[in-house]
Design a protein around this ligand. Structure first.
Ligand SMILES: Cc1ncc(COP(=O)(O)O)c(C=O)c1O
Length: 349
């Protein structure tokens, strides 16, 4: 693989204690192009602007998808990705749905591994510190036919991160007007346009004092789906409940890991439909103990209250919550502190 390193790293100018998520990028990036029916092996080069035609189809029709994963540094200075094979599978699943050609595993992983090795100083130790890795692909062909393109660009860029919302607990709005996804749509894919479509309803929710939206099914707005870039869990009585994934819910890697960790620690897990009606009923009977979101960016994030119509429902849970237990177990795997689920750790060497 061709590797072109920066002459001078910008790392010394970065304040790693005060990072705004997604704003600072490491010194290098990986890029591969698809043309004449095949992906190039790709190259690593300094992180820089790219040139793109104004008629590139992604700009007009949103033919673009992405992934999000994290690389962690252990106390022993080893680098670990968390279940990147799952991201790779989902990347291609998203691509198929958007009529984008799948990328070969060796191009994806060779680019990823080399990039992480070159920019390894950007990954800081300590729980909460990680390198957020963003692989993405977009239609770069320069013709505005409203059909799938023949040329694409695949890239990986990385940004140092602290956990997304820090240690805060958030308040969410149960959305009843707008929908994130519908049956038969692209909700299960990490399609760029899914996120664009969520910004306006989320902006309205923020104006109303919430931080995020809980999306409900597009038919009746009663079945709970997910929130922002998180899947959701509810502690009802002593059971952990989460909606089953479907074509309108992203099949989160953190979600499936939380289910396995919980079961490993003998917590009862139910994957079943959970409705807004049930949530409100269980809240009023005192049976709804916790709600938390989970995802690569946030890891595990407790939700302190939810708004439905004009009502705000608050939850009180202390330090011994199931969410904090699960977060700790997950972090311990990610930073190679515990030896549980060894096969989820993907060591970079
Ligand atoms: C819409 C949506 N739901 C859920 C998630 C959580 O998925 P994961 O745990 O794989 O990061 C994400 C983030 O990737 C997301 O964008």
């Amino acid at each position: 693989m061709k590797i072109n390193r920066v002459e001078n790293s910008k790392i010394d100018s970065i304040d790693f204690e005060n990072l705004t998520f997604g704003k600072i990028f490491t010194d290098h990036m990986f890029i591969s192009k698809y043309k004449n029916g095949e992906w190039s092996p790709g190259e690593i080069k300094p992180y820089e602007n790219i040139s793109i035609s104004p008629s590139a189809r992604a700009l007009h029709y949103g033919q673009a998808i992405f992934e999000g994963m994290k690389c962690f540094k252990s106390e022993e200075d080893e680098l670990f990705l968390f279940r990147p094979e799952e991201n790779f599978k989902r990347f291609n699943k998203s691509s198929v749905r958007l009529a984008i050609p799948e990328i070969q595993e060796n191009i994806f992983f060779n680019g990823l591994k080399e990039l992480l090795k070159i920019d390894s100083d950007w990954i800081k130790k300590g729980i909460g510190n990680a390198l957020y890795v963003r692989p993405f692909v977009f239609a770069s062909e320069d013709t505005i036919n409203a059909s799938e393109a023949n040329e694409y660009t695949f890239m990986i860029i990385c940004c140092p991160s602290k956990s997304y919302y820090g240690d805060m607990e958030i308040s969410v709005k149960i959305e009843e007007k707008y929908s994130r996804a519908a049956k038969g749509g692209v909700g299960y894919a990490k399609a760029a346009g899914n996120y664009a479509a969520s910004f306006y309803p989320t902006k309205l929710a923020i104006e109303q004092g919430f931080q995020q939206i809980i999306w409900t099914d597009s038919n009746n707005h009663n079945s709970i789906e997910e929130a922002g870039t998180m899947n959701l869990f509810f502690v009802v009585g002593n059971k952990l409940v989460t909606s089953p994934t479907s074509d309108s819910i992203l099949d989160g890697i953190t979600r499936k890991s939380i289910i396995d960790i919980a079961m490993f620690h003998n917590i009862d897990v139910e994957e079943r439909e959970i409705t807004v009606d049930e949530l409100i009923k269980e809240h009023s009977s005192g049976n709804l103990k916790e709600i938390f979101g989970c995802g690569t960016a946030v890891v595990v994030l407790p939700i302190k209250s939810f708004g439905h119509r004009d009502q705000l429902y608050t939850l009180n849970y202390g330090k011994n919550s199931i969410s904090s237990f699960l977060k700790e177990k997950l972090n311990n795997i990610q930073y190679n502190i515990s030896d549980e689920f060894e096969n989820w750790k993907f060591k970079i060497n």
